[in-house]
Design a protein around this ligand. Sequence first.
Ligand code: SAM
Ligand code: GPP
Ligand code: MG
Length: 293
Amino acid sequence: MTNTDLTATVAPAFIPSPATPYQGDIARYWDHEARPVNLRLGDVDGLYHHHYGIGDIDHAALGDTEDSTYEKKLIAELHRLESAQAEVLLDHLGSIGRDSTLVDAGCGRGGSMVMAHQRFGCKVEGVTLSAKQADFANRRAHELGIDDSVRARVCNMLAMPFETGQAAASWNNESSMYVDLDDLFAEHSRVLGVGGRYVTITGCWNPRYGQPSKWVSQINAHFECNIHSRREYMRAMADNRLVPQAVIDLTPATLPYWELRATSSLVTGIEEAFINSYKDGSFQYLLIAADRV
Ligand SMILES: C[S@@+](CC[C@H](N)C(=O)[O-])C[C@H]1O[C@@H](n2cnc3c(N)ncnc32)[C@H](O)[C@@H]1O
Ligand SMILES: CC(C)=CCC/C(C)=C/COP(=O)(O)OP(=O)(O)O
Ligand SMILES: [Mg+2]
C-alpha cells in the first residue's frame, strides 16, 4: 500500500466558501500538505494521521541503528505510536453502539475515523476545511469498503451539518487550535445528545508558565494555528455544558515519540520546539474527556 495507490473513483468533495479569510488560509495549508513524515507513516498500514504519538519506544522492534532496515522500522514505530494515541482517544468515548453516529471535527485524512468505525462498527462523520483531505479520506473509506459508514465532508466545524443531538460522541484530535473555543464547544454541545461524550487531545500552553513561551509561538507560526491555554479549555467547556470526567496529562507519554522522531530522516524542523516546550513546562499535551450535560 502506498498513498499513490489511491486511485479509486469517488465523487470529489463539494467545496463551500470558507467562513473567514483565515479558514481559507487553513484550507489552502492542508490542501498543499504532503510531508513525508505523514505520508510515509500512513503508508505503513493505510491509516493516515495528522497527530502525534504516545507511549514507550519498543527498542527491540527498532533493532540496531546500523541495520539497513532501521529507517523502515523507525517509521513503523512512529506510526505505531500515532495509532496508539488515537486508540487512547477512542478509549474515552465510552460505550458506542453500532447504530450510533460519531463526529470527528477536523478529521484530516481520516485515520481516526477508520479506527473508530473498525472498533465500534458505527457511522463516523468527519469534517475538514480541506477538499484534498476529504477526498483522500473518502477514497480510503471506499477502498476499505466502509464508505457507507465513514464519510468526510468539507465543512467548518463551527457550523456542522448535523442535527441537534444527533451524535453519541464527538472529538477534536489536534484540531481545536484553529478555532475559538467558545464557538467550538457550543457547536459540539449542540450536536451531542445529553449524556453524549466529547473528547479532545490537544497541545495547550500552561498557565503556570505565565504566557505562551517562544516555543509555543514557534509552533503557532509553523502551523498557522493559535494554541489555547489549559485554562481556556476548562472555562469554555464549563460555559458550554461540557463537564470534564477525565483530564490526562499526556506530556510524559509523548516525549519519547518526539525524541525518536528528532533522530529520523523525516524531521520537519519543529521537533526542537515541541521537545523544549514540553521540557520547560510551558506546553502540555492533554486529553480531556467531558460529558454533555
Ligand atoms: C492537525 S490536523 C488533525 C487531523 C486529524 N484530527 C488527525 O488526528 O489526523 C487539523 C485538521 O483540522 C482541520 N480544521 C482546522 N480548522 C477547521 C475548521 N474550522 N473546520 C473544520 N476543520 C478544521 C484541518 O482541515 C485539518 O484537517
Ligand atoms: C499539538 C499541536 C499544537 C498540534 C498542532 C496541530 C497539528 C498541525 C498537528 C499535527 O499535524 P501533522 O501530523 O500534519 O504535523 P507533522 O507534519 O509535524 O507531523
Ligand atoms: Mg504528523
